[in-house]
Design a protein around this ligand. Structure first.
Ligand code: NAP
Ligand code: F7E
Length: 376
């Protein structure tokens, strides 16, 4: 059975890709970088099935060690500083990881075993200020952020190693893909999480930036399938992967509210735009969430992927939003019930006992039994 190494396994895509490869019988190694508290929540359920190796993409010697230790057949490089807005605040770090880190992966392959197949997580942000509509493998780059520039560098260095050393190295130029595991700072999850909390009365409003930006959104589960298919090809290359549909941030907001039975209406323009449900203000705009340069409109032409890989997304735009919003609603509801219960039981008499762990000493009987369940 083949072995795969995944960098970025603690991220959204890494966790879904690990699940996919395990289901196909792979031995899966995942690179995790050190943090002061564990941030492995997305792969907690896989911990017994995968092999964790520690290292950092920006450290060549750690990448060489990790590749030597795992000696994979397939190497999926998903690690990156992936938040576009953050890349203006940390351009150097973004480039060190997202651009130069790719050299470390490729050098490790070249030195340890040039037969390892390599997948690089490319991005539609490479197209930035788009030069053709829709975008395909021939569309020229015009990146609009330090993140986009780093992904262009990564793309070109992968092509160079392929042509210079004959490495089976490919790039998937993936358009936006989201999920219930999406980071909370990305616009889709910020919206679905906010909508759920508004419905539950836990939050009054959501504050966003540019509502007119259009993205080609799909579900991460479908996109990790494309990653795997790319490495199964006899000839390495570049593949655009997206749904072929573009929607504005405003449309995403509307659908997310609808998913929980709320009809949002908008009034005003630009920074003055507002959203109301039954006369209540639920959405406003703040300058703080606008970027120094925007990518206005992305839409994929995935005909090469459809033809050669036989890939097509299964989860539609509306299904994606419904899945994310419902998940956030159920999750927030459960968290809120638990918090209320714990607050209520704080009033109960405290138990005195010597035989229970320090963590749960001094709690009420009901708090104690809840925490005991969690600790188990
Ligand atoms: P994500 O959730 O932000 O995950 C990024 C992963 O990279 C995390 O596991 C993170 O580890 C890891 N990482 C960051 N810096 C690292 C370093 N120095 N060394 C080792 N690991 C490091 O991103 P994602 O959405 O899953 O995306 C996966 C990849 O696809 C990224 O390369 C992203 O740029 C690219 N991409 C994403 C999309 C999309 O729409 N999701 C579209 C196109 C391309 P920690 O958990 O420790 O932070
Ligand atoms: O922004 C607008 C924002 O941060 C989408 C990454 O996975 O996909 C992702 O990058 C749009 C932008 O994703 C807010 O200005 C409005 O136009 O969710 P995002 P992104 O920048 O498209 C690409 C393909 C990647 O490769 C990246 O790794 O939404 N927007 N208001 C907002 N965005 C955020 N985050 N927050 C807002 O309040």
């Amino acid at each position: 059975m083949p072995t795969a190494l995944i960098t970025g396994i603690t991220g959204q895509d890494g966790s879904y890709l690990a699940e996919l490869l395990l289901s196909k019988g792979y031995t899966v190694y995942g690179l995790v970088r050190r943090s002061s508290t564990p941030n492995t929540s997305r792969i907690e359920h896989l911990k017994e099935k995968i092999k964790i190796v520690t290292g950092d993409l920006s450290d060549l010697s750690s990448m060489v060690t990790v590749v030597a230790e795992s000696n994979p057949d397939e190497f999926y490089n998903l690690a990156a500083q992936s938040f576009v807005a953050e890349s203006w605040r940390t351009p150097y770090t973004t480039a060190s990881v997202t651009a130069l880190g790719v050299i470390n992966c490729l050098e490790a392959i070249r030195k340890i075993n040039p037969k390892i197949k390599f997948y690089q997580a490319g991005s539609s942000e490479q197209f930035g200020k788009v030069q053709t509509v829709p975008q395909n493998e021939s569309t020229p780059w015009y990146p609009r952020s330090p993140y986009g520039c780093s992904k262009v560098f990564a793309h070109e260095i992968v092509r160079n190693y392929r042509e210079s050393y004959g490495i089976h190295a490919s790039v998937g130029i993936l358009f936006n893909h989201e999920s219930e595991r999406r980071g909370i700072e990305f616009v889709t999850r910020k919206i679905t999480h906010g909508t759920a909390r508004i419905k539950l009365g836990l939050q009054k409003k959501i504050t966003l930036g540019n509502m007119d930006a259009k993205r080609d959104w799909g579900h991460s589960k479908d996109y990790v399938e494309a990653m795997w298919l790319i490495l199964q090809q006899p000839i390495p290359g570049d593949f655009v992967v997206g749904s072929g549909e573009a929607h504005s941030v405003r449309e995403f907001v509307k659908e997310s509210f609808l998913a929980l039975g709320m009809n949002i209406s908008f009034s005003g323009e630009g920074i003055n735009e507002k959203g109301y449900v039954d006369g209540e203000l639920v959405l406003e705009i703040s300058k703080e969430h606008f970027r120094p340069a925007e990518v206005d409109y992305l839409i994929a032409d995935s005909s090469k992927a459809e033809k050669i890989l036989g890939w097509k997304r299964k989860i539609s735009f509306k299904e994606l939003i419904s899945l994310m919003t419902t998940y956030d609603y159920e999750n927030e509801k459960m968290k809120n019930h638990t918090n209320n219960y714990i607050n209520e039981t704080k009033k109960e008499p405290k138990i005195k006992q010597e035989s229970i762990p320090e963590k749960i000493q001094g709690l009420s009987y009901s708090q104690n039994s809840i925490l005991r369940t969690f600790i188990k």
